[in-house]
Design a protein around this ligand. Structure first.
Ligand code: NAD
Length: 389
């Protein structure tokens, strides 16, 4: 059983799928691990550290991809600089485990199925207690929530904490977090540690207690419809509910020095929470960090990958924040992968048990088929859209 760690070619991707510590543990379990030359370079893990852990360093990308039984990655496979797609380097019947974004880009699932690759998508790991150690969405979202606050604090022309000095008293910064999922809760905790006064809002009222336990005030909006979908995710709400929400949150956005938005609805464009009118009401010097920038943004003025100043307000739309902390991001992702591998490999052989809810949910392609209904639906919606144009 050959497990291979590919070098990421996506320009913004600094993480690596396995760190040397995890490699050492897998090798102890009797597995063979190949690591592409320089795979850990941007995470500050050298080839020699992997070699010391027992890995075989492979310089030939084609050989590594083609001979892997299980290929591990962080970012979805893509086109190579010198031509050809990474997917085409995989052997038929090989297993690929990576973030694949199959609901946002279902074409990739079709390509993997055509190639007869068994693909497991890290986004599709269920958010259950049993799957917690494999939940890469959570491990990476937590890093993003932390970093978002640091970025906001660095951009804010003010202190975060309250300070009493000989030159007078400084009032603490007011931080408003929108979306109190994994990233939002970590953002609350980080902003509190820096001494800010924190308020948070989420469409799911169930998070109220968690928000309060972190020392933040929960902004409540009473809606007349169910806002939580299966798996605890947020549901897309009606126009009337959106309107009602905006009326309530507008006041909190206006009073905040920092707004951090993290709201997402799986497989959908991110909901618009901060309208242009709300930004116009904010104090000059205020800062918005939009963690949903890549999914279309929670703020009307966000530009993904850019920092802009509009009407005196700095609006930051970061891309792939976990990648900016590659040592810990890779360490946590490695642990997520190692837990998943433990479920997939028995007696050094791959055993795909589709009766297991984790394997069933995560495995999106197998034996030439797209296995997941939501991915098939997303693909169909896309082809209908393309057909219309
Ligand atoms: P996410 O990234 O999908 O969304 C972030 C937050 O935005 C969520 O809390 C969501 O409710 C909120 N949101 C969506 N639309 C909104 C709107 N219009 N206005 C305000 N807020 C809005 O969420 P996530 O962090 O990936 O967490 C999703 C769910 O999974 C949560 O219920 C979480 O508790 C659950 N979860 C469970 C486990 C576990 O049991 N092991 C682990 C992680 C997450």
């Amino acid at each position: 059983m050959k497990i291979a760690v590919a070098k990421e070619i996506e320009v913004c991707e600094r993480r690596v799928a396995l760190n040397p510590d995890t490699v050492a543990r897998l090798i102890k379990q009797g597995l063979e691990v190949w690591v592409e030359t320089g795979a850990g370079e941007r995470s500050f893990f050298s080839d020699s550290a992997y070699e010391a852990a027992g890995a075989t360093i492979v310089n030939d990308t084609t050989k590594l991809w083609h001979e892997a039984d299980i290929l591990l990655k962080v970012s979805p496979p893509q086109e190579r600089e010198n031509g050809g797609a990474e997917i085409q380097l995989l052997r038929q019947g090989a297993v690929l485990i990576s973030f694949l974004n199959p609901l946002g880009n279902p074409v990739i699932a079709q390509e993997l199925a055509n190639r007869q690759v068994t693909a497991l998508s890290m986004e599709m790991i269920p958010r259950t207690t049993r799957a917690q150690s494999m939940d890469a969405l959570s491990s990476q979202a937590s890093l993003a929530g932390y970093k978002a606050v640091l970025i906001a604090a660095a951009a804010l022309p003010k202190y975060f904490p309250m300070l009493t000095t000989a030159a007078g008293t400084i009032a603490p910064a007011k931080v408003f977090i929108m979306g109190a999922g994994v990233a939002g809760l970590q953002a609350i905790a980080t902003a509190r540690r820096l001494g800010a006064v924190v308020e948070a809002f989420d469409i799911r009222p169930a998070v109220k207690e968690e928000v309060q336990s972190l020392g933040a005030k929960f902004v409540e909006v009473k809606l007349e419809e169910e806002t939580t979908a299966d798996g605890g995710y947020a549901k897309e709400v009606s126009e009337a509910s959106k309107q009602r929400t905006q009326e309530v949150v507008a006041e909190h956005v206006k009073n905040a020095d920092v707004v951090i938005t993290t709201a997402q609805v799986p497989g959908k464009k991110a909901p618009l929470l901060v309208t242009e009118e709300m930004v116009a009401q904010m104090k000059p010097g205020s800062v918005i960090v939009d963690l949903a920038a890549e999914q279309g943004g929670n703020c009307a003025r966000t530009e993904a990958g850019k920092d802009i100043v509009w009407n005196g307000v700095t609006i930051i739309g970061p891309i792939n924040l976990p990648s900016s902390m590659p040592i810990h991001a890779s360490q946590l992702y490695s642990k997520n992968l190692a837990s998943l591998l433990q479920l997939l490999i028995k007696d050094k052989a791959l055993q795909l048990n589709f009766a297991d809810d984790i394997v069933n949910a995560a495995c999106i392609t197998h034996a030439g088929e797209i296995r997941n209904q939501r991915v098939r639906d997303a693909l169909e919606a896309l082809s209908t859209q393309v057909g219309k144009h």
